[in-house]
Design a protein around this ligand. Structure first.
Ligand SMILES: O=c1[nH]c(=O)c2[nH]c(=O)[nH]c2[nH]1
Length: 318
């Protein structure tokens, strides 16, 4: 039987847990007024890594059951874990660049590789007199992420072809100072107009750099720490009285691009988790009780990109 289908393939390993201790501290970042963040010691550098490889060298494994070119995903996992010992950088993006480069120079079978990482956040345990330098508490709040794509240039050198950094799963509840009014009213409208609502959002924010070499240099002056992005977003949410989530994320996006000229784009995915009002105290109006809303969430998406013709960097050599 002649099977004439087009195949698009990739394979890899998901969620490789890496707990590297005593990585290089993150220092020398440029402080911003909206954040106290100045760096982190990286004593416990914990993350999950996804590896996805692309290339037609792996096609015979699918079409003919021929595994001669297949790098076992188990070996990929071992590669990541062993190489993590040799990592000398201090950011998750630097770790991806280090691993991407090593994967492509080790395995000629791999034409392209995509690496994604999600931080497993830990914070120093607070002791009465100081923060511990050896004991860390697992946190389950928002965290840093990054994705990078690598291929080889015509000289067979690894290059970055795409990147995206981010802060995921921020959950922010503002008790006053958010409105949603003057929306379309028709026979389907049951939502009351609210001049002041308790706005609870779940927010993922992503960004890209105009010149990805900002992520390659050991000097972190142009590096945007995800903690700074988180703090700037919180700063804007705290002070800005929004007319909607659309209005809010646009303001956040503009402030991020203004604060960080090295960024090319910022993208938001914001879910609306505003609670429903049950009862308000009669004597003191600001005292209220809310409960969970109907279990379907509004989703607001925004990507802001610079419009000026700034040089978009071409695939930099590693
Ligand atoms: O900020 C909001 N934007 C909307 O588009 C919307 N729709 C809705 O029901 N509530 C809200 N809130």
């Amino acid at each position: 039987m002649h099977r004439n289908y087009r195949c698009t393939i990739s394979y890899g390993k998901l969620n490789i847990p890496v707990y590297r201790v005593y990585a290089q501290p993150l220092t020398n970042i440029t402080p911003i007024p909206e954040s106290r963040f100045k760096g982190r010691p990286n004593t416990l550098f914990a993350l999950l890594i996804d590896v996805e490889v692309f290339g037609n060298n792996f096609l015979p494994a699918y079409t003919e059951g021929d595994n001669r070119n297949v790098v076992a995903t188990d070996s990929m996992k071992n590669f990541v874990l062993r190489q993590a010992l040799n990592f000398e950088g201090s950011t998750i993006e630097a770790l991806l660049i280090f691993l991407g480069q090593r994967f492509l120079s080790t395995y000629t079978q791999m034409e392209q590789i995509r690496l994604t990482t999600r931080e497993l956040p830990f914070s120093p345990a607070q002791l009465p007199e100081k923060a511990s330098t050896i004991l860390f508490r697992r946190e389950h709040g928002d965290f840093t992420t990054a994705t990078m794509d690598f291929t080889r240039d015509t000289n067979q050198q690894p290059v970055i072809t795409a990147h995206q950094c981010g802060r995921l799963q921020m959950e922010l509840f503002k008790v006053t100072g958010s409105a949603f009014t003057h929306f379309v009213q028709d026979e389907y409208t049951t939502l009351p107009e609210r001049m002041d609502r308790p706005l609870f959002i779940r927010l993922n924010v992503y960004w890209t750099y105009t010149d990805v070499t900002s992520l390659l240099t050991p000097d972190h002056a142009a590096y945007v720490a995800s903690e700074q992005v988180r703090d700037l977003i919180q700063f804007v949410f705290d002070e800005f009285v929004s007319e909607s989530i659309q209005h809010l994320v646009y303001e956040m996006g503009c402030r991020l691009l203004e604060r960080f000229p090295q960024l090319a784009t910022v993208t938001f995915d914001a879910q609306n988790h505003t609670r429903d009002l049950v009862v308000a105290a009669q004597e003191e109006e600001q005292i209220k009780v809310y409960t969970d809303p109907f279990t379907a969430f509004g989703n607001i998406h925004l990507t802001l990109s610079r419009t000026s013709e700034e040089n978009q960097s071409e695939e930099p050599r590693l």
